[in-house]
Design a binder for this molecule. Sequence first.
Ligand code: PLP
Length: 403
Amino acid sequence: MTDTKALIADSQRYIANTYSRFPLVLVRGQGCKVWSTDGTEYLDFVAGLAVCNLGHCHPKVVQAIHDQSRKLIHVSNFYHIEPQIELAKLLCENSFADRVFFCNSGAEANEAAMKLAKKYAKDTGRAERFEIITMERSFHGRTMATISATGQDKFRKGFDPLLPGFTYVPFNDMEAVLRAVTPHTCAIMVEPIQGEGGVNCPSDGYLKDLRELCRERGIILIFDEVQVGMGRTGRLFAHEHEGVYPDIMTLAKSLAGGVPIGAMLATEEAAKSFTPGTHASTFGGNPLATAAGLAALSALLEDDLLENCTKVGDHLFNRLMDLKGKYPFINEVRGKGLIIGMELGFEGSQIVTRCMEEGFLINCTMGNILRFLPPLIITSEEVDQLIGTLEGILGECGKGVES
Ligand SMILES: *Cc1c(COP(=O)(O)O)cnc(C)c1O
């Protein structure tokens, strides 16, 4: 028998205190379910925060990790790496991109994107360009450059001085972007749907207008698809819904089915500024991670996951709208595919805790926005189970709350 109390005590004693964790140790996962040390089963609407899009321990990913770990776990990028080449090829064949730089996380992918944009400006004779415009309520990671890029004070507090050269504008405000562009602007970076910022969707034509502006002024357009890419919205990449394509896109989270990985994809034109010696990562594109990535992307393309995501996503959206019709303290339901946010008129943390007690893992972001990010294999029946429980919990917790 695992002594869960002792484990959690050691966790609190030895792990850097950067997360306020739930008193739960998850030890096993299969499909949409995870289990804790005491054997309690949970239906997982967090999925490692949009990482386990294929469900936990997808057999093809498990097999690929197993096979690759017996063949070759790591070699330097001084040499060509088989699964890295195959994954890059498959990503390019299924996207706007021509070239891929591999790294190990979303923040690193965004670092690569910003470095490339700056160097591209220099290489094309525009040395005065170094500024990057990003959006308020954005999230781009936790390194020094990516918290500098992130348009939320709470992530930057205490880490001064930040990197210079960032300008933040409200999401969905094209006029503000036009005012913010200067002769020094080298890039605009935006999430096609803001995840951490509360599941904020682009208004009609917004991404297209950004694209047009960037094309006119020779500015690099970066889409951060770390959270919404890899099928999360019902298309392989969220920007496909708008038919608008960036110069650079970043991926991570779900790319390798749960194994750490990041990737920066770029057009040939933008990518030409990365030449030998300009950027690197020891582990980037490592055989084990890219073998898992190749299996994960193949599974995503072969199985009917995108159709299921759209179908069950619509169902979840409609069921949450039913709850909105019933409870006046629900302000809004928004999202696409299986990234859906429900904005409450009060703090959502107690709802998350109550759902956990009833066997459902959900997330809350920005204090009052419940966020649902289940694996893309979730069924309508499983959604109905969650909704039934959530309806009761919202009824309890929302008592006496005016919207
Ligand atoms: C999670 C996330 C990141 C950061 O990814 P890490 O792997 O945690 O560094 C960057 N951008 C977006 C949109 C994200 O959701």
